[in-house]
Design a protein around this ligand. Sequence first.
Ligand code: COA
Ligand code: AMP
Length: 631
Amino acid sequence: MSYAKEYQRAFENPTAFWAEQAQHLDWEQPWDAVLDDRRAPFHRWFAGGRINTCHNALDRHVEAGRGDQDALIYDSPLSGSKRRYSYRALRDEVARVAGALKQLGVEKGDRVVIYMPMVPEAAMAMLACARIGAIHSVVFGGFAAPELAKRIDAAQPKLVMSASCGLEPGRLIAYKPLLDQALELSSHEVEHCLILQREQCHADLIAGRDVDWSETVTRAEPAACASLAATDPLYVLYTSGTTGKPKGVVRDNGGHAVAMHYSMRAVYRAAPGEVYWAASDVGWVVGHSYIVYAPLLMGCTTVLYEGKPVGTPDAGAFWRMIDEYRISTLFTAPTAFRAIKKEDPGGELLSGYDLSCLKTLYLAGERSDPDTIEWAQKQLDVPVIDHWWQTELGWPAVSNCLGLQAMPVKPGSAAVPVPGYDMQVLDDDGQTLGTDQIGNLALRLPLPPGTLLTLWDNDDGYQDNYLSRYPGYYLTGDAGYRDGDGYISIMSRIDDIINVAGHRLSTGAMEQVLAAHPAVAECAVIGVTDTLKGQLPLGLVVLKAGVNQAEQDIVAELVANVRQEIGAVAAFKQAAVVPRLPKTRSGKVLRAAMRKIADGENPPVPATIDDPKILDEIRQALGRLGYPHNN
Ligand code: COA
Ligand code: AMP
């Protein structure tokens, strides 16, 4: 079926379209309404239906004769280990982990926070929660204890699943002390922590509260799949908003499973039995959707990689993986390819590997620069597909849908709206803009299955953040335009969220940390362009009167504080002291103007600015940090 026909079908008759997609899954009970809009804009998909996501991801395939196929391959250059789990083995292991959760008192609807490194047990933890109807909330391992504490307080979990340590190149990160610290910081009390002891590091367990993973799981009775409403929450995933308070994106069981399965076919052109690798982390939405749920729902073999694209051991790591596991589809962030290209621009490390199995490379998480796309195309000789989506949506909204029809690749554009998504480019008054005109990207409601239901415990926040700007639309937070062929190009965020190495971070959260320093009167954090990581945060601080501490000491303390409070993943390493910040007369800090100066642009002096000389002061401070860069 061609893209245009399928798009039209989904547009004209969404209920028939999605009901048809839902037939690929096992339903314990069919739905009463494909789309329930009685509480619009809080739409619900497959209302009245009953479905278990874990059953569909594992048991269904075993029952259909796929039990001996690899479900999950784990490869960890950081620990030197490799493991394979067949669908049968993964089902059995997940059933035991689910049994252990039940034994520890976890019931349907309880939240479970998962703070784990990239080990198979992290995927098992998620699937085990899904099996019994507990709602998982995975927190990325690179976040520091205070960020973990925020998420624990917000999700109010009965239990936390964690491990003794994570591994980063050249260092071991002891997770358990971070978890203990987070639990001390949070006001919420958890009943138990289930801790996986890794051989690289032993964690001290607190009697009564902490429980050893392997002892408990080995003894546990396997748990059966619970009967769940399609509309019951499957997980909450916290993502950065514009403030320091993360937003808990809520996903359901039915709509999510249907969308995951559909995306594998229509967007990724993946078939059961193929090996699909998303080189990301289970702590991000890419990991939720395309390391764990979608490949398993489709009957593919998924790959869980504990390593980096470079340095573990070299920039040929991805090629080794593709060859060794005969990977058909690779999905990663452009920054990973920029890192490989930087180390091995001529692609010499490709030689000796047989990459004939690779069909497609997908890139998302940040803008793909045309250079990187062209380089990857040249090295791999497969289509390189930039596609756009976000944590809130859970699956691609703009893509070249290879499973429907391969359309020409236009580097710089993420291609066309995926069936189910009605993307509009709106001006400030909500009028649809014409071709090539940049505006706010908004999706007409209802959003398709698999997208966010609401924000956890915060329906008002969902409406305020996403739905209030344009009634009848979901505001994506990105700006972009549509060209004459209907291709969408995503240009920038319209808020203070930045993307560092494909990791979504809030400059507002970093500003909170800087502002808490006793010497700082005022501050701003901006995202400056970086050739490797896409963007890097940079802080500009105004000191309180009378402070005479040296700038370099203050900056060192600010850098340490952000690492301590938010985590290494923030990559906050640069800051400068400035005499004042540019503001409008109403007091709004002009972050965009400062970002443009750092990026070497010459922003027009805003008419509303207090004193135009301030921009020269900013230019000087950024100059001391080496901005604008020449590259
Ligand atoms: N636990 C603890 N610390 C972590 C971590 C984790 N799970 N993940 C990253 N960190 C730390 C890193 O060790 C690093 O610390 P450092 O400041 O001491 O060096 C810091 O957080 C920044 O990490 P990262 O952004 O990964 O940068 P890097 O310099 O280590 O590697 C890349 C750069 C480009 C190779 C890397 O970012 C990458 O592979 N990106 C792929 C994209 C990706 O996974 N995106 C996710 C969404 S698709
Ligand atoms: P996350 O929620 O972490 O997936 O981040 C989502 C944000 O990353 C989007 O709102 C965009 O700002 C950005 N993003 C993701 N994919 C792309 C892409 N293909 N092109 C440009 N920006 C992207």
